[in-house]
Design a protein around this ligand. Sequence first.
Ligand code: PHE
Length: 460
Amino acid sequence: MTTERVSIHGQWSSRLAFILAATGSAVGLGNIWKFPYIAGENGGGAFVLVYLMCIAVIGIPIMMAEVMLGRRGRQSPINTMRTLASEEGVSRHWQWLGWAGVLAGFLILSYYSVIAGWALAYVFRAGSGLFTGQTADGIQSIFTSLTSDPERLLAWHTLFMVMTMVVVARGVRSGLETAVRLLMPALFVLLLVLVGYAWNSGAFEQGIEFLFTPDFSKITADGVLIAMGHAFFTLSLGMGAIMVYGSYLPDNASIAKTSIAVSLMDTLVALLAGMAIFPIVFANGLEPGLGAGLIFTTLPIAFGHMDGGAFFGMLFFILLVFAAWTSAISLIEPAVAWMVENMGLNRIHASVLAGVVTWLVGLLTVFSFNIWSDVTPLSGIPIFHDKTIFDLLDYLTANIMLPLGGLLIAVFAAWQMRKSSSADELAMGEGFFYTLWRFLVRYITPLAVVIVFLHVIDII
Ligand code: PHE
């Protein structure tokens, strides 16, 4: 029997609506901005292979676990964890997992919003024809003049936070569902157009080879951690975003099928982004390891040289903003849902409060690209060497907090929860697929995360 609990925040109108919302959460800057640049920094093929393996054996099972917990608890992740822990007769301390997720959400959104601000700024730069006919150097200096100006970054960051809070305040269902329904397919088509351009760039093969030919001498323990962390990041796992979306999922929807669909779409978008970007990198003699500015310094070259480039460029950055927007909403939803449940706030007040806090933390990232670009607070620790505040926030959240959150979700779902409870909620029988899921979540996820962590800190 499934539980009779209903969420006070409402429910998705259908299974498809959930798939769209979860895909909206998963597909974001992680796929189009982050995946190409970290693949570039970590040597390409081998990194991509590790990432794909992590998606398959860790990501999909953990997504199922998160949706399952969310739908069973039907509350914010904090209260869901508390309720489920008491139902399963285990420690109340499991609610801390919800709190850690809320913290991770704030920290991620604080820098996510700044980068989304770059995309907003680029909508106007592309649309005004600024990229037309520019050389790689010219494009680079357009990027630098944006990031070196704290006032401009702040303005775009503020705008993006306001946009996010407006949608969150309205509730997840109205607006979001429709937006995702139209925009995700559009983004997909535009990425295909860009891959088409890259195809003719003269370096398509080189780009594909870089992405898909694994050379294991190029990957380090840290690279493996980054690939694993990114699998969590790109699928929105380990912090409660997918859990809270799961809490709005209708009872009769298949958790396994929806999770697989979302993961496949997310992966496809990331690979398409890589296939669009690396040929342009090589065709223009650029370095794959350019870092966080990679898409902002490569794709404009393509837009600057193609027919109708100003239009396509503008469209591309608009879609990127939308992809970021639908992810940003899910980063803050666990906190907002909790505030509504426990602080007696309405959604509007809760959104404003969460938005202001995130906006303030975002200042750290704004300044870390200019006035604090030399500040590397934890340089004494080898794995944090040379990392700016932005780098640290990104590393700490994506590579440490999310995998740790995922590990604990796995432990809860497969060790603390009764088998009958998870089997009941997943509703896929107790056959081969359920057994495989439980095996992956019970053994493989915890082991993989622990082994990778120990490798990075050089214990094994
Ligand atoms: N998955 C989003 C992206 O790839 C980022 C995200 C992470 C969203 C964690 C929610 C939770 O851009």
